[in-house]
Design a protein around this ligand. Structure first.
Ligand SMILES: [Zn+2]
Length: 271
C-alpha cells in the first residue's frame, strides 16, 4: 500500500513529465475507481497546462491553469505507469502531453480516487479541511503534539495514525518512529512526556525523510518503458520483523494487534 514517501516519490517523478506541460489528450477508460471520476475531468484537463505538482498527506496534487487541481489517491494498489509500451486492463486514466509523454494511472483493485478541486479552495476541501500538519517540513512540532495529545487516553500509536493529529502518517512509519523515540506504542497519548515528544518529532521527520530519499534512488529507473513509480524496499528496525533481533538491544521484536492493524515494537527499548 503506497504510503506518504511513495506518494512523494510518485509526485516528484510525475513532475519530470508534467510540470509545465500541456495535456494534449486525457482518456478515461472506465467510469470510476473507488468513486466515479469527476464528470468534467476530461473537459477540464484537455488542453490545460500543468502549473505545479504537490502532495498533501497521501494525496498527489496536479495543479492546472484552469483554476482546478486534480487530486489523486493511490488507494491500496495504485501507481502511475510512465510511457507504457502497451496499455493494460488496469490503466484507467491516461494523460498525454503535447510533447508525446504518456502517463497511465494503473489501479488493479480500484481503491484509489481522482477528484477535481478548485485550487484556491484546496484547504477547505472536506478531505483536507480537518487534517493535521504534514509530518515533514515545519508543520509538525512537539508543541503541536503536546497540545493535540493533552489529556488523551488513547494509545499514542493510534493517535499518530489519526489524520487529524498528523496528516498521512501510516503504520510503517508510526511503528518506526515510536521505536526510534523509545516510546511504547500502548502508552496513553496524554501521558507521553514532553521529553519523549521532543524525541518523537525528529524521529518522525527522519523516518519519512529517509524513506523519501530511498524512493528517490528508484527514480533512476523511472524513464524505462513500463517503469513503475512509487514502490521501493527499505530496511526497517521493527516493522514486519517479528522475532528478529532488535537493532538496538538484540532482544526479539514483538508484534501485536492494535486498532485492527499490526504493531511491531521492542518491548525492552520502548517504554
Ligand atoms: Zn530493543
Amino acid at each position: 500500500m503506497p504510503e506518504l514517501p511513495e506518494v512523494e516519490t510518485t509526485v516528484r517523478g510525475l513532475a519530470r513529465y508534467l510540470d509545465g506541460a500541456r495535456l494534449a489528450r486525457v482518456e478515461l477508460r472506465r467510469a470510476d475507481l473507488r468513486r466515479p471520476f469527476p464528470v468534467d475531468l476530461v473537459q477540464v484537463l484537455t488542453g490545460a497546462t500543468v502549473t505545479g505538482l504537490g502532495r498533501r498527506a497521501k494525496y498527489g496534487l496536479i495543479q492546472t491553469d484552469r483554476g482546478q487541481t486534480m487530486v489523486f489517491h493511490l488507494g491500496m494498489s495504485g501507481r502511475w505507469r510512465i510511457e507504457p509500451e502497451e496499455l493494460g486492463p488496469h490503466d484507467h486514466l491516461i494523460l498525454e502531453t503535447t510533447s508525446g509523454h504518456v502517463l497511465a494511472l494503473c489501479d488493479p483493485r480500484r481503491f484509489g480516487s481522482v477528484d477535481l478541486v478548485p485550487t484556491d479552495a484546496l484547504d477547505q476541501w472536506p478531505r483536507f479541511a480537518a487534517m493535521g500538519p504534514e509530518p515533514v517540513g515545519d508543520g509538525l512540532t512537539a508543541r503541536h503534539l503536546k497540545t493535540a495529545l493533552a489529556g488523551r487516553s488513547a494509545a499514542i500509536k493510534l493517535m499518530l495514525l489519526d489524520q487529524r493529529i498528523v496528516a498521512g502518517l501510516g503504520n510503517i512509519y508510526v511503528c518506526e518512529a515510536l521505536f526510534r523515540a523509545g516510546i511504547a506504542p500502548l502508552k496513553p497519548a496524554g501521558r507521553v512526556s514532553g521529553a519523549a515528544l521532543d524525541r518523537l518529532v525528529p524521529a518522525i521527520k527522519a523516518v519519512i525523510a529517509e524513506a523519501i530519499a530511498a524512493g528517490g534512488s528508484t527514480l533512476r529507473d523511472f524513464a524505462q518503458p513500463d517503469g513503475q513509480l512509487g514502490y521501493f524496499s527499505k530496511q526497517f528496525d521493527v516493522y514486519d520483523r517479528t522475532g528478529q533481533p532488535c537493532t538496538r538491544c538484540g532482544s526479539a521484536v514483538a508484534r501485536f494487534a492494535q486498532g485492527g492493524r499490526s504493531t511491531w515494537h521492542c518491548p525492552r527499548c520502548q517504554k
